[in-house]
Ligand binder design. Structure first.
Ligand code: TXA
Ligand code: MG
Length: 349
């Protein structure tokens, strides 16, 4: 299949292309598009055949539900009820990087929710995403626009890498500003529960409801008695091609340990990538060092994370070693993605 690719300059929306892409959605096709979190792979959420193709193209397990993207606060058609907390979260954070899990109405086909009675709903703030949804006139089901298991794309080039030739249309804009997928808040339980941490942090949500908590299973290695409630959080995910290990603890000790491990790998004839920060990057004597940004700006580290992981793929390193981050604010989301990328391989120093 020939994929039409249109990349828009910052602040220069090409209405005609968005209209064309919206028509693809209306006709049951697939469109990759930018959002402020990560790029999405969209289809008409109400059309079974279209949604089926998302799973096929991504190689996504059938039991992993999709989020529907809307451009209007009136979502009553798609959900059974909107609890008061959910309403307040919508008012406070939409459009933006948070998805609400609500009880699904019959209008949304089962394939979209992977057979669950609930559905994730999100209103993205990205201008191109909003225009695309409005012009389509339907809610857009969209997982991240990567082949299943790989780090989510935050640059259009990565969508092209994964999806060119497999879908009808790729809309490109500027890189995703948040860089990590949306926070998922399950509002069908009381108190609401965070199923996936993101840029709308626990601290921010607790201002709305002090008892909101994070599903304990998402920060730890999945065990039989501790299974994440979001089906997608149980898979190995966000993974670069090379095995990744997190070295965590006191920064000086971390640097020393990483330097020692790198030397051992190099002695074995292996190439190693190091995920460092601006504060530490000069301290590594060997290996391929990429900085995620300054430790003083965790938002920026979140934004760069997936792109740096993918850059190590490009460089074909045999192993990746990453520093850890404090699990506070958006640091919780960063560590959640890092741990999953590493398959929970963590060394505490
Ligand atoms: O930021 C985002 O949310 C991006 C952009 C494109 O909007 N989308 C995204 O979708 O990350 P995806 O499919 O890659 O991740 C959706 C996650 C999965 O872990 C899935 O299991 C979970 O949300 N999820 C979706 N619907 C759910 C539901 N009804 N109950 C529990 N978890 C749900
Ligand atoms: Mg994903």
């Amino acid at each position: 299949m020939e994929t039409k690719i249109v990349i828009m300059e910052e602040n220069k929306i090409d209405e005609r292309s968005i209209e064309e892409a919206a028509k693809v959605i209306r006709d049951g096709g697939l469109v990759a598009f930018p959002t402020e979190t990560v790029y999405g792979l969209g289809a008409n959420a109400l059309e079974e055949e279209a949604v089926k193709n998302i799973f096929k193209v991504k190689g996504r397990p059938q039991d992993n539900p999709l989020i529907i993207h809307v451009a209007d606060y009136r979502i009553e058609e798609y959900v059974k009820d909107i609890p008061e907390v959910a309403q307040r979260v919508m008012t406070e954070f939409w459009p933006g990087p948070i998805t609400l899990v609500l009880n699904k109405s019959d209008k949304v086909p089962d394939i979209t929710s992977a057979g669950l009675d609930t559905i994730g709903v999100r209103m993205p703030s990205d201008k191109i995403a909003r225009e695309l949804i409005m012009k389509s006139g339907v809610p857009i089901a969209a997982p991240s626009a990567n082949i299943s298991g790989r780090p989510s794309p935050t640059e259009v080039g990565r969508c092209i890498e994964d999806l060119n030739g497999k879908i009808e249309y790729i809309l490109g804009g500027k890189g995703s500003q948040v860089g990590l997928e949306s926070t998922i808040l399950d509002c069908t339980v009381d108190p609401p529960c965070v199923l996936r941490p993101g840029a709308v942090t626990l601290e921010m949500l607790r201002k709305i409801h002090s008892k909101i908590y994070i599903d304990p299973a998402v920060m730890e290695k999945p065990k039989d008695n501790l299974r994440p409630k979001a089906p997608g959080m149980k898979y190995r995910h966000y993974a670069p091609k090379a095995p990744l290990k997190i070295v965590r603890g006191d920064l000086k000790k971390t640097i020393a340990k990483i330097n020692e491990m790198v030397q051992n790998y190099i002695d074995d004839g292996k190439t190693v990538g190091i995920m460092a920060t601006n504060e530490t990057k000069e301290s590594y004597t060997n290996g391929i060092v990429l900085s995620l940004g300054s430790r003083k700006n965790l938002d920026n580290i979140a934004k760069n994370l997936f792109e740096v992981l993918r850059s190590f793929d490009d460089k074909g390193v045999d192993f990746i070693l990453s520093e850890g981050f404090e699990e506070l604010g958006i640091g919780i989301a960063i560590m959640n993605r890092l741990k999953k990328s590493a398959g929970f391989d963590i060394l505490d120093v």
